[in-house]
Design a protein around this ligand. Structure first.
Ligand code: F6P
Length: 326
């Protein structure tokens, strides 16, 4: 049978935490699919919406002027029900109700696990990694990471201004869940004196207090500490620093600020490429795939293999960060 005819209708959803660039992915998938005469059904509110049959028909104009806007206009949710056997059955049923030949899922590792569950139930899926955490093992890059980094960097730069005026220590807690990618990259890009990430165990006295005191003795008068939420709480680290060094310390939790805002060039461009790749995979009869960015190339690999791949921040990256923070 002609491949073009095989996939006639696809569903698309965003799930889990939103990330800048998700709208660009939706736009790219929708327009590429429509270009190839594939009908696109937008599923609102992620897997939660799929269970409830919360869908809209998409056309080329549904995605106009969306890629420069943060968030996801299809909206997102975290669904407990979807992870149950009944929920999964219901989700499969809905793909039949709406005649979906395949589902394109956009989100982080939780969304990817959901995609794997659906694939095991014979729902053909293509997953596109999008999360500010950049913690999906099979890909070097997840949509949203660069935008979140730039947002965080501009906040840390501002915090450095005031830390410098007051000769304080500014402790900035960034998101990332169990991963330290955001913290490490923000820390390097802003010249943080200390970076704390979950992947690298640290001793509070040696790695925090000791570093601040020796930096002070070398003439530094203010300090930036970037801490990943998965490593420690910003407030408790600030209190520990103030108590043990006598330097005033203030904590700032960047929180959801990092998830909002207009996507950067990198997220708009890669969102476009990821979306095209997802539809290309379907057109070329590859189902149950995950779109990835590896060694500068956008490609796709088997979803079941992809979910097993892990990645880790190298000790070498931390060494480089430490070398620059003297
Ligand atoms: O996964 C993205 C993320 O922003 C994490 O960095 C953070 O830990 C989590 O989502 C917050 O999730 P929620 O939106 O459910 O509070």
């Amino acid at each position: 049978m002609d491949q073009m005819k095989k996939i006639e209708t696809i569903g698309i959803l965003t799930s889990g935490g939103d990330a800048p660039g998700m709208n660009g992915v939706i736009r790219s998938v929708t327009r590429t699919a429509i270009h190839h005469n594939i009908r696109v059904i937008g599923i609102r509110r992620g897997y939660h919406g799929l269970l409830r049959g919360d869908v809209i028909e998409m056309d080329a104009r549904s995605v106009s002027d969306k890629s420069r806007v943060g968030g996801t206009f299809l909206m997102t949710a975290r669904s407990e029900t979807f992870t149950t056997a009944e929920g999964l059955q219901q989700a499969c049923k809905m793909t039949k109700v709406f005649g979906l030949d395949a589902l394109v899922t956009i989100g982080g590792d939780g969304t990817m696990r959901g995609a794997v569950d659906l694939a095991k139930m014979d729902v053909p899926v293509i997953h596109i990694p999008a999360t500010i955490d950049n913690d999906v093992g099979c890909t070097d890059y997840t949509i949203g990471f660069d935008s979140a980094l730039n947002t965080a960097i501009s906040c840390v730069d501002k915090l450095r201004d005031t830390a410098s005026s007051h000769e304080r220590c500014s402790v900035i807690e960034v998101m990332g869940r169990e991963a330290g990618y955001l913290a490490l990259h923000v820390g390097i890009a802003t010249g943080a004196e200390i970076i704390l990430i979950p992947e690298q165990p640290f001793d509070r006295d040696k790695d925090i207090i000791g570093k601040i005191l020796s930096a002070r003795n070398r003439g530094k008068q203010h300090y930036i500490v970037v801490v990943a939420e998965g490593a420690a709480g910003g407030q408790e680290i600030a209190e520990y620093i103030e108590t043990n060094t006598g330097t005033e310390a203030r904590a700032t939790v960047l929180g959801y600020l990092q998830r909002g805002g207009s996507p950067t060039y990198q997220d708009r461009y890669l969102a476009s490429m990821f979306g095209i790749q997802a539809v290309k995979a379907l057109m070329e009869d590859r189902i149950n795939r995950v779109v990835i960015y590896k060694q500068g190339e956008v490609t796709d690999i088997d979803l079941f293999e992809g979910i097993e791949i892990t990645k880790k921040i190298s000790a070498e990256s931390m060494k480089k960060a430490n070398m620059l923070s003297i």
